[in-house]
Every structure is written in structure tokens, then in C-alpha cells.
Design a protein around this ligand. Structure first.
Ligand code: FMN
Ligand code: SF4
Length: 398
């Protein structure tokens, strides 16, 4: 169970709707947050104690009431602990909680880890999610300084879950495939982890970072990573680990690093979305990307215009239900906007009754009078809109 306080970022992070009591966000210094734009109040001693108490209470609830085997202190990504550690944010204090001294800037993290460890004892593991490099150069937390921070706090930590970046450098923090190759973030993190190990830290380390395939995971383990983390790969395929265990690697819905999931995090009242997994966030309704579909009594011959992610998912499901789907797309390959890697999964999974056909031009499509026609966005007033792009794809077939 991860324990989090956002500091100045908490209001913006939750879509600007989280001012439960109209309180002002807190941060180690008076500042305006660089990403969400909120003004923070400089946190006072009694507020620091109040937040530390809240961390401890939350840890006890997680372990003693909810039964978790471990808690993870969120000391990453520019939230409150990371704000105390960062010289960029914790810049105008001259008490024991801040200022230029690394020891003072680390005190909040140290106290938090120490008090939580004392509170949960050996009933649960205490992990730390830790940004060792804010990717802001010498202005922020640097990899060199971060090793010293680890040395100070390590005696209270059972597992380090490390990462890079803050919201201002989000394309490092949640690396997209448009800028970085698969595994880039994890291999970069591993280089720093090796330096911690050389500095004598014995606690195990883990990291995520676009570890999309089992091969990458194995390579990282062989090179010295104690545990691999799969965040987006588990969003795009919650059955990732089971498929690897069962030797069904080809069936993994591989995360393509498009970051649609990330961009929807910042939209008001939005729910989790994923290009590769159309039912993400709706598992509680009984949906599963692995669902088996009952065959229809009266199969139709369907002409689907547009072989982008939504069209292909439609074709996959309709094919599995027994319909005969013909796909027209103006591009020579399937995948639409996600062409770069989408075919990785979807093309393989298309039922044999779904096939790709020629050019998507009005003349050719209009000739196919024999087929039930579906076209992206065909019905403006349709209630059943795609959860990815909010456009009607004709899923109701009527
Ligand atoms: C939709 C989404 C939500 C996230 N929420 C959290 C979070 O609550 N806590 C956290 O430590 N990291 C969070 N992250 C960051 C991930 O933990 C991870 O560091 C990052 O996605 C890179 O790993 P990956 O390539 O395996 O996704 C989130 C990432 C995504 C995509
Ligand atoms: S939307 Fe899905 S495929 Fe795209 S980055 Fe997020 S998890 Fe990966």
C-alpha cells in the first residue's frame, strides 16, 4: 500500500476538485507549483508534525486493519517528501527541516521512515518510492546527492523502488515510446542502482520503466536489478505475469508507450484509459480483456471503415462472436495513429474472419452493398461512444 501526500501538487493532481476544506496546499517554501500552477503556503512546524502523524496512522491502518504485508512511502515524483528533499523547492527555510544542508532537507523523509518502521515493526515491510534524479540538473535532486540520501534513510527501508523525474520532466518520469526506446528508463535507473550497491547499500532495489517484454525483464535481472516493476505493462495487460508463466508470451497486450493513460490522469472526472486494454478500470463490472464471447445466432458480414485501435478492437470482438468483418483503411497497414507498434498485438489477434481490404475511399466502400457498414464516428448522436476518443464507432451496429 503506497502512502502519499502531494504537498503543493495535491490540488492540481486531482483535477482541481480536491479542496475539501478550502485549505491552501502546503510546501516546504512559499512557491507557485511549476506544473499545476497552485500557490503553496510554507509549511509550519506543527503542520509538519501533523503530516508525519498522518503518515504513521495511514501505515498502521494499512498493516493492522487492512492486512497489507508492506507499505511504500512515496518519496518521489515531486510530492511532499520529494519537495523537502529538493533544493529547488526547499529553498527558503533556515530551520532543521530545510535550507542548503542535505541533512536538514532529508530530515522529513528520515523521520517519516523511522516513525513508520517503529510503528509497524516486523509486521510489514517498509519500502520507499524514491526519485534519485529530478532531471533538472544541479537545480534539483541529483544522482550524486541521492546516494547520500539513501545512506541516511536506508536503515529504516526494506526495499528501494527508485525512479527519475518530476511533473516538470514527466517525459523522463513516465517515458513515452515517441522519445525513448523500450526499457530506456529502467536501464538508466539500473546504472544508478549499481552505484548505490558499490557505495555499500545492501537493501534490494527495484525499478519500473517500460519493461514491456519478458526478455527485457530477464536482461535487467541478469544485470543486477533485484525486482522489476511493471506499471503501464500491467495496465495494458493485467494478465502479463500469468501469460509469461504459462508460456503465452505472444498473447501479451504489449504497452506501446503512447501515454494515453497518463494524459487522461489530468482530465477532470476522467477514469483510467488504455489504448491496448479497452476495459481497464471496469474490471469491477465483471469485464476482462480476456473475456470469451458467446457466438451470435445470426452472423453478419460487416464492413468496418478505419483500422485504428478502436476499429481493430471492434473487429477482434465481432470476429470472436462469429461475424465476418472486412476492414478498409486508407493506410497500407493497420493501426491508425498508433501504427508504430499497435500491430504488435492487434493484427495477431484478429479472428480469421476479419480481413484487411484495400483503400478506404468512398467509391470503393459504397460498392460493397453486400456488407453491413460501420464507420468511425458515423452517428453523431450515438450514446455508445468510444472511451478512448469519445467518437461513435458504430459498436451498437445500428
Ligand atoms: C496512469 C499512471 C498512474 C501512475 N500513478 C502512480 C502512483 O500512484 N504512484 C507512483 O509511485 N507512480 C505512479 N505512476 C508512475 C509509475 O509508477 C512508473 O514510475 C512509470 O509509469 C514508469 O513505469 P512503467 O514504464 O512501468 O509504466 C503512474 C503511472 C501511470 C502511467
Ligand atoms: S495507454 Fe496503455 S498502451 Fe498506452 S502507454 Fe498507457 S498503458 Fe501503455
Amino acid at each position: 500500500m503506497q502512502l502519499f501526500h502531494g504537498g503543493v501538487q495535491v490540488a492540481g493532481f486531482l483535477g482541481e476538485t480536491f479542496y475539501l476544506d478550502n485549505s491552501i496546499p502546503l510546501a516546504p517554501s512559499y512557491l507557485q507549483d511549476g506544473f499545476f500552477g497552485h500557490q503553496a503556503k510554507k509549511i509550519e512546524e506543527e503542520e509538519i508534525e501533523m503530516i508525519l502523524d498522518a503518515f504513521v496512522k495511514a501505515a498502521k491502518v494499512a498493516v493492522d486493519e487492512a492486512g497489507y504485508d508492506g507499505v511504500e512511502i512515496h518519496a518521489a515524483h515531486g510530492y511532499i517528501i520529494s519537495q523537502f528533499l529538493s533544493p529547488l523547492i526547499n529553498y527558503d527555510r533556515n530551520d532543521k527541516w530545510g535550507g542548503p544542508s542535505l541533512e536538514n532537507r532529508t530530515r522529513f523523509f528520515l523521520e517519516c521512515a523511522k516513525r513508520i518502521k517503529e510503528a509497524v515493526g516486523d509486521r510489514a515491510a517498509v519500502a520507499a518510492r524514491f526519485t534519485y534524479d529530478e532531471c533538472l540538473g544541479p537545480l534539483g535532486i541529483t544522482p550524486e546527492e541521492a546516494i547520500e540520501i539513501v545512506k541516511i534513510v536506508d536503515r529504516y527501508i526494506d526495499f528501494w523502488d527508485v525512479d527519475i523525474g518530476v511533473y516538470e520532466t514527466i517525459d523522463d518520469m513516465i517515458a513515452s515510446s515517441s522519445r525513448h526506446p523500450d526499457g530506456w528508463q529502467a536501464f538508466k535507473n539500473l546504472e544508478w542502482i549499481k552505484k548505490c550497491k558499490e557505495a555499500g547499500i545492501k537493501t534490494p532495489f527495484g525499478t519500473p520503466g517500460r519493461i514491456v517484454s519478458p526478455d527485457l525483464a530477464v536482461k535487467l535481472r541478469k544485470e543486477g536489478l533485484d525486482m522489476v516493476g511493471l506499471v503501464r505493462p500491467s495496465i495494458s495487460d493485467p494478465h502479463w505475469a500469468r501469460k509469461v508463466r504459462e508460456g503465452r508470451v505472444d498473447e501479451i497486450r504489449e504497452c506501446i508507450g503512447c501515454n494515453t493513460c497518463v494524459s487522461y490522469l489530468f482530465k477532470k472526472h476522467s477514469q483510467m484509459l488504455c489504448i491496448q486494454n479497452p476495459v481497464v478500470g471496469e474490471e469491477y463490472l465483471g469485464y476482462s480483456p480476456e473475456a470469451e464471447y458467446p457466438k451470435v445466432k445470426e452472423p453478419k458480414r460487416i464492413l468496418l471503415v478505419g483500422g485504428g485501435p478502436c476499429g481493430l478492437e471492434f473487429a477482434r470482438v465481432a470476429g470472436a462472436r462469429g461475424h465476418e468483418v472486412h476492414i478498409h483503411d486508407k493506410m497500407p497497414e493497420l493501426g491508425g495513429n498508433t501504427l508504430c507498434s499497435f500491430k504488435n498485438y492487434s493484427e495477431k489477434k484478429l479472428d480469421s474472419s476479419s480481413r484487411m481490404e484495400g483503400e478506404n475511399n468512398k467509391e470503393e466502400v459504397s460498392k460493397r452493398k453486400d456488407l453491413h457498414k460501420l464507420r468511425n464516428g458515423c452517428q453523431e448522436n450515438c450514446r455508445i461512444r468510444c472511451r478512448c476518443c469519445r467518437v461513435c464507432h458504430g459498436c451498437c451496429m445500428g
